[in-house]
Design a protein. Structure first.
Length: 538
């Protein structure tokens, strides 16, 4: 196949012959009214506006910004003479009518790696499979594609992988696009869309995506079948984009939090604001096609909330699959220093995440395991000093100084786990608990609070006889409001000591837990339901 000609080479001809029709051309090339308005305000004459529009089109479409597509758009706005002049011919073949495929070998400039035809309809070009209908186009609305922010980002990342593997066309928004995230999206077959900075030096904020998407995200796809947001981070953005740009698409949302429970531990007026957050989540999902609640704990909560007026048309449970990076990891015992790992922000959420309980328990455990070490991953640089003081106050031990580590990627956390002997998740309220799940998947010993959605899932799997009853011992009874603080510390400290003292045995149990969890394939039914809700047959 001949190399594709860069369509940019023809922009001067288009600008000279059709700049007075640039708005009509923009509409044919997939720009919406908001995008056209931004370009109109940005440039002071039609030539510059036409150039800006064509440049944006080329940049966002990449190899799909072909000469053939540009010619057809010009013909559709009655600029056939300009279209003919693009290759100097007196008469070029008119592109096929909408709904027909461009036959291979016809001379049409359509890039293809598989030899499949391309359907030229009113929306984006849709590759044709062998007898399959058009692909579903899905837009994931989130502030990042990577996993540095934990649970919400990890679920969004998994959704992108699942949808792309199921042959959907997947776009994903992000406020910033670091190299590692772009590389991950490229591997997953996901088209990542960052903001148009418009020359601004300001750091992108969630408002850009939520309220100013028409300005900062002009390059969203022309056609979308399904839009997916995440409560409480991007559910408002997803709904706004749906209402303002894709009203015929399906709207769906993931539920990640339980404001009624988690806000209780944040102090100040936060508990008073919990109900407002609940109401906002209900507002944003009202009349949506579907909501997916991550884990049974969240599902049960929202199943009750949806008994009132505001609700989606369907509600399903979603069970996360452990990330491949952890399932492909095998952690082993060894090393004289016994490292205990906690993951998650400390300042302002030490009660919620149980960091105070972990620190006090470690202060007791180190009296028996002298070579123990506490590491905490997920500390913001601005919170480092305050977090250190919180941990040291609860440790109350001259024999143990905590190591504080910044936020990290899944790769960073995997490396942490490979050098650790135990992972703690002592949350007083945790809607699910992906960190604990990924530790189990890596084969490292874990201790998990019974106040977590993950603990509930483990007990359900035991009841279903999908995993062995011995794995209930990773769950530690924990009071929700410090009513049994001394008992909590005693229970956690005893379990920590037992695992660190008998590390080889603990790792053997962890290896069995990993094997049984993965073999259970507990996630498959919920993932199949998710794909079907997105309009993808499985």
């Amino acid at each position: 196949m001949a190399a594709q000609v860069d369509v940019k080479n023809y922009f001067k001809i288009v600008i000279k012959g059709a700049s007075n029709k640039w708005e009509e051309l923009a509409d044919e090339l997939g720009f919406d009214d908001n995008e056209i308005g931004v370009i109109r305000d940005l440039k002071r004459d039609d030539d510059r506006r036409c150039k800006e529009m064509l440049t944006r089109w080329r940049n966002r479409k990449g190899r799909d910004a072909t000469l053939q597509v540009l010619k057809k758009a010009l013909i559709d706005i009655d600029q056939a003479m300009v279209a003919q002049s693009l290759n100097g011919e007196s008469g070029i073949p008119v592109p096929p009518e909408s709904g027909t495929a461009v036959p291979p070998g016809s001379g049409a400039d359509v890039p293809s790696s598989s030899g499949a035809g391309v359907l030229l309809g009113s929306g984006a070009d849709v590759p044709l499979g062998s007898g399959a209908g058009p692909k579903r186009t899905i837009l994931l609305v989130n502030d990042e594609y990577g996993t540095s922010k934990g649970g919400v980002s990890t679920i969004n990342y998994q959704a992108g992988q699942m949808l792309s593997a199921a042959n959907a066309t997947v776009y994903a928004t992000a406020l910033w696009v670091p190299k590692r995230d772009q590389e991950a999206a490229d591997r997953d077959g996901v088209m990542l869309i960052g903001p148009d900075l418009l020359g601004k030096k300001d750091e992108p904020t969630l408002d850009w995506l939520t309220y100013y998407h028409g300005v900062h995200y002009p390059n969203l796809p022309k056609h979308v079948d399904c839009i997916i947001g995440h409560a409480p981070i991007t559910n408002t953005a997803a709904r706004n984009i749906w209402e303002q740009r894709y009203p015929l698409a399906d709207l769906m949302s993931f539920n990640h939090v339980l404001p009624e429970d988690t806000e209780y531990y944040k102090g100040g007026r936060k508990p008073m604001e919990a109900w407002k957050k609940e109401e906002d989540i209900l507002d944003k999902v009202n009349n949506a096609l579907a909501a997916f609640s991550v884990g049974k704990r969240i599902y049960d909560h929202f199943d009750t909330m949806y008994k009132a007026d505001k609700k989606p048309r369907s509600h399903y449970i979603f069970l996360p699959k452990p990330s491949e990076i952890f399932m492909d990891t095998n952690v082993s015992p060894g090393g004289e220093q016994k490292v205990v790992l906690c993951i998650g922000r400390v300042r302002k959420v030490e009660k919620l995440k149980g960091h105070d309980l972990a620190a006090e328990s470690m202060g007791q455990a180190v009296k028996e395991v002298k070579n123990a070490r506490l590491r905490v991953r997920g500390i913001n640089e601005d919170d480092w000093e305050a977090s250190k003081k919180i941990l040291e106050k609860n440790l109350n031990s001259p024999d143990l100084n905590p190591t504080l580590l910044p936020y990290g990627t899944q790769e960073d956390i995997r490396k942490d786990m490979m050098t650790a002997h135990l992972v703690l998740m002592p949350s007083r309220s945790e809607p699910f608990g992906l960190v604990g799940l990924e530790a189990i998947a890596a084969g490292i010993p874990v201790l998990i609070s019974n106040q977590t959605g993950l603990a509930e899932m483990i007990m359900d799997l035991i009841k279903q006889k999908k995993i062995n009853d011995e794995h209930r011992h990773v769950i530690v009874a924990t009071s929700v409001n410090d009513s049994d603080r001394a008992g909590d510390v005693k229970r956690w400290a005893e379990r920590i000591v037992d695992i660190l003292k008998y590390s080889d045995s603990a790792f053997k149990k962890a290896a069995r837990f990993k094997r049984e969890l993965v073999e259970s394939r507990y996630w498959e039914e919920s993932h199949r339901t998710f794909l079907q809700a997105c309009g993808i047959s499985t």
